[in-house]
Design a protein around this ligand. Structure first.
Ligand code: GLU
Length: 298
């Protein structure tokens, strides 16, 4: 199966790293997967720096990530956008949801939220306390969106059908934190729509975020892109590679081997001779031979 679900509009994919550290093998796999799926479909590949949360940002990581992509021969289309510069756009989307009556302020403390007796994939399910007893907005407050139990279902190109009932399984989620930071779920939806992204290829750790994103797309009148969630790279302990699990940065002294390993992880079959070539012969081969249906599911 080459990807056959492309709509009439030109394929536009993206890679959206958070600059919480340099690129490691896990983020390289997401970069390579999204790049090759876009390029083998004659599409554009955009890069967006998801630097909303300045508390988690590592100074210099964003430019280091871009430099690494360049060194790996991965050219992006158009200008890189930075979420930290787009607060007004996210506020406009929040205002639009508010006008529809979906947004409510929440003054609950972390402790009150953690006391919820229901847990979801992403933590405790908010009990809706501030929906039942509206909070005084003179106090610092987060903004939440009211969810429902209409089933949200989508067909992931690799993982197949996936669905959630948001109210029961996730709960009303935060779109703007009390410290003023816009939530990933809101920003990603606004940016994917504004950048006309048709295909989202990213790690399967975000599979369970996708129904929240589709819910927001529907309320904001945005199209829903196609989704392809790649298997997540884990360490020997079975933990996702990340800054928290001390994943090693990509070793640029052997960039070609790193790329070959990423391609193998994605279930493609680069030939042995490839390690004797160079980065440009690597990409030529990889673009021509990319087969999304060879990617392992998880
Ligand atoms: N910024 C997210 C991350 O680095 C990826 C978001 C996305 O691809 O939707 O994990």
């Amino acid at each position: 199966m080459k990807n056959t679900q492309i709509s009439a509009s030109k394929y536009r994919g993206r890679f959206a790293p958070s600059p919480t550290g340099v690129l490691h093998f896990g983020s390289l796999v997401a970069a390579v997967g999204s790049y090759l799926d876009a390029k083998s479909n004659h599409g554009d590949w955009l890069v967006r720096i998801e630097d909303l949360d300045w508390q988690r940002e590592v100074p210099g990581a964003a430019s280091e990530i871009l430099r690494t992509l360049e060194r790996l021969g991965m050219e992006w289309d158009g200008d890189v956008i930075y979420q930290s510069q787009r607060s007004e756009t996210y506020q406009d989307a929040l205002d639009a949801l508010n006008r529809q009556g979906f947004i409510y302020p929440c003054v609950c403390s972390r402790k009150e939220i953690a006391d919820s007796n229901r847990m979801s994939v992403g933590g405790p399910i908010y009990a809706g306390t501030c929906l039942k007893n509206p909070a005084p907005i003179s106090r610092p407050h987060a903004l939440r969106i009211r969810t429902s139990n209409d089933r949200i279902e989508f067909n992931d190109i690799l993982q197949g059908s996936y669905s959630q009932k948001l109210k029961d399984e996730i709960g009303d989620f935060v779109l703007r934190r009390a410290d003023g930071i816009y939530a990933y779920q809101l920003a990603v939806v606004v940016d994917d729509a504004e950048q006309n992204i048709t295909h989202v290829v990213r790690g399967a750790d975000l599979l369970n975020s996708t129904p929240r994103q589709i819910f927001l797309q529907q309320l904001l009148g945005y199209p829903t892109p196609q989704y392809l969630h790649l298997p997540v790279v884990t360490n020997e302990k079975g933990e996702k590679l990340s800054k928290q699990t001390s994943a090693a940065p990509i070793d640029l002294s052997n960039a070609l081997m790193q790329l070959i390993s990423a391609l193998q992880f994605l279930g493609q079959n680069p030939s042995l001779e490839m390690s004797e070539g160079n980065i440009s012969s690597f990409w030529q081969w990889a673009r021509e031979h990319w087969q999304a249906d060879q990617i392992p599911h998880s």
